[in-house]
Design a protein around this ligand. Sequence first.
Ligand code: FES
Length: 198
Amino acid sequence: MHDSHTPQSANDVHPADDRRGFLSKVSSLGMLAGLGASYGTAGAYAARYLYPARPRARAWMYVARVADLPVGASLRYTTPGGEKVTIARQAQTGGPDDFVALSSTCPHLGCQVHWESQNQRFFCPCHNGAFDKSGKGISGPPGEAGQSLPRYPLKSEGGLLYIEAPVENLEIARAPSAPRDGHDACLDESTDGRGGLV
Ligand code: FES
């Protein structure tokens, strides 16, 4: 009588050997996957070094006559790339710091914010998100998440106000079916581009 745990032929494989073989294969596959991921990451860094991302092309563009925007007023501006911006006048010292230009798109879910002069804040009606004068989230979801509205540089020359904004998406922005950010029910359709007071 032979020991029931002793293999009798090449086809008689012990279950423990079978399990060891399986674990060994899994381990090898895991190592290969790890190596692949490492090389992929290294490749991405190398590509970034060899082909660094070009800075976005920007240009100064006319917005409005300074005199046409009294303290407390704001206007909605659309950049050539289709980004909506709210420009608000917050003081009357005569310099460009009287104004602030912030993205109108709420960083929470993409609704449109507006300037509330009486409360000295930008407000998003979708979920009661509020931002201070500089665009920093102070309450609602953007405040809880520490989100801010991206800011655009402004300058005034000869009584005219200019904004610096990206311009490389000019052709894409003109495409009729360019996708829009945010959920449509909350997006403001009333903006027409430049100069319209809101
Ligand atoms: S989309 Fe602005 S607070 Fe939610």
